[in-house]
Ligand binder design. Sequence first.
Ligand SMILES: [Ca+2]
Length: 258
Amino acid sequence: MARLLLVALFTMALFGCMHGQAQDPPDECGNALYTDRGLYDDCWLCGDPHIHTFDGALYQYGAAGTYWVVYGCDDNDLNGFGVTVYMEPRPHNPIQFRIQSVWITCGGTEYGILDDGRFLVNGAVVPLPYLDANICAFKINGRIIIWKGDDVRIEYRHKFHKLRIWLKKTSYLPNTVCALCGRYNGDKKDDTDCSLNAMDANRGSSDCSLAEFGDQWKTDDPVSETNSETNSETNSETNSETNSESKSEKKTKSGSSD
Ligand SMILES: [Ca+2]
């Protein structure tokens, strides 16, 4: 009976994770960008968190700190595109974790979404909708949504700490996208394989635990250390400098394991 109850609770949690609707962007983002979601594969993180990879694997990994969820495999740098999340213990159940903020690097700029709904560009809070040469960001129904052309869509339901990332299937070659969202190549069995998917210098055996796999994608990016400061707008300029320096270092693959 207890097992049935656990299965039911787990199923309910996953249903909650997957709940979502296609959203049309505001005029500022160009409605022409809207395309069929069947053209995309998605990765989502929610709950403790549960992680559903682009290839469809499902696992659970949570720990305090900043982790890459989308990062270039091997020698690919995804043209400077990457996504990290800062995870923190849940206040009322500190053995579980939640996504406190999401950080997107694109075109040399860092975009952040905090769980209070604020949106940041290089550490400075900016209003939504927001549009620049790299992305369009807007808010609909409690979701902060970021579009990177029609290649990438990111939705963060900040109040519920739920993150979902869509990649257009034709925009990324197999084995170019890695990290906690898995090695994106159509095979879910290798998504958490440490021999393939760790940072280059940290690769271990293929039979590592999920805890070891996840730990290999931790970054010492000071986003995690300055996150509380980021909540103070008075420190936004300082964060901008710090985060920009950090990201430029981390996106250099040769220096990523330092
Ligand atoms: Ca895979």
